[in-house]
Design a protein around this ligand. Sequence first.
Ligand SMILES: Cc1cc2nc3c(=O)[nH]c(=O)nc-3n(C[C@H](O)[C@H](O)[C@H](O)COP(=O)(O)O)c2cc1C
Length: 327
Amino acid sequence: MKKIKIGKLEINSYVYIPPMAGVTDLAFRKMIRFFDKETLIATEMVSSKALMYKPDQPLMKLSEDEHPVGIQLFGHELDVMAKAALMAEEKGADFIDINMGCPAPKITKGKDGAALMREPDLAVEIAKSVVNAVKVPVTVKMRLGWDDCQKNAPELAKRLEEIGICAFTVHGRTREQGYTGSADWNAISEVKRVVSVPVFGNGDVRNPFDAHKLLEITGCDGVAIARATMGEPWLSKQINEYLKTGFFSPEPSLEGKIKLALIHLDELINIKGEVVGIRESRRHLINYTKGFPNAAQLRAKIGQVNSRNEAIDLLSGLTKKDFCEIN
Ligand SMILES: Cc1cc2nc3c(=O)[nH]c(=O)nc-3n(C[C@H](O)[C@H](O)[C@H](O)COP(=O)(O)O)c2cc1C
């Protein structure tokens, strides 16, 4: 497979872990880096407008040893997006990603996120002002279009490439679909066919076999995997191994997963304090213990955990006891 180059940024990975609001924070990215130093990764989306009022957004904080990492911005005002991009570049982002895919009504009711796909002229102007503002490569994350009647991803991508966008991530659903149905990998290939910069195909990749299949169907340069990495920070490494060699390392044992869950918990507490850290850790702890015996019961217990000690007692107890006796 050909090495991926995003502008001047050369990537030693075929995997991109794209933004997930409330998930791809510093702690999560650190967990990914335990396993995989090379995979492309991005922050949660950051509001360009909010940056104008509160420039020191924790969402934009990067650590020195996590590169290559991008900062994703959303917004629809040219000068605001340009200023925000400069700020993101100053924070050390290796690339700036523009969000043209978020389907959440609170984002699209302005002209942000996926709403930009309905306003292609504005989308191109925004991208141009960001490209002109920064030296690092600028990428765009998009969906297939607004709805079934307006699947304009290929036309828009072509126009964006012409003004200097260096790579695309295409989620194979429309805004209208949200997360329902399944991602249309064939439709992603239509974007790949019309641009010559790298394209990351995205949607419903859960394991190395899916990744291989998506690349085969779409002809994409790489694969973007979001939800499946939650509780499985080793996944990008496995996928790269499989794409490069046809083999991949086994996932960690149950004990290993518990250790990882506890490390993730401590990272969150270190960064956000115990109250917020515990609250935000619950979804991650549930993901690490996916598929454990008595998972439903365990999930309910994790949902009630209120302190680091409670979390440690519950999770480390799992390695000692029979899983059938977790209550
Ligand atoms: C909890 C969550 C938060 C997300 N936040 C963002 C975001 O901030 N920006 C963005 O472009 N996409 C966001 N996405 C979309 C994902 O990046 C990805 O496109 C989508 O989940 C499909 O990929 P998957 O099937 O591998 O999960 C989010 C998805 C989830 C599940």
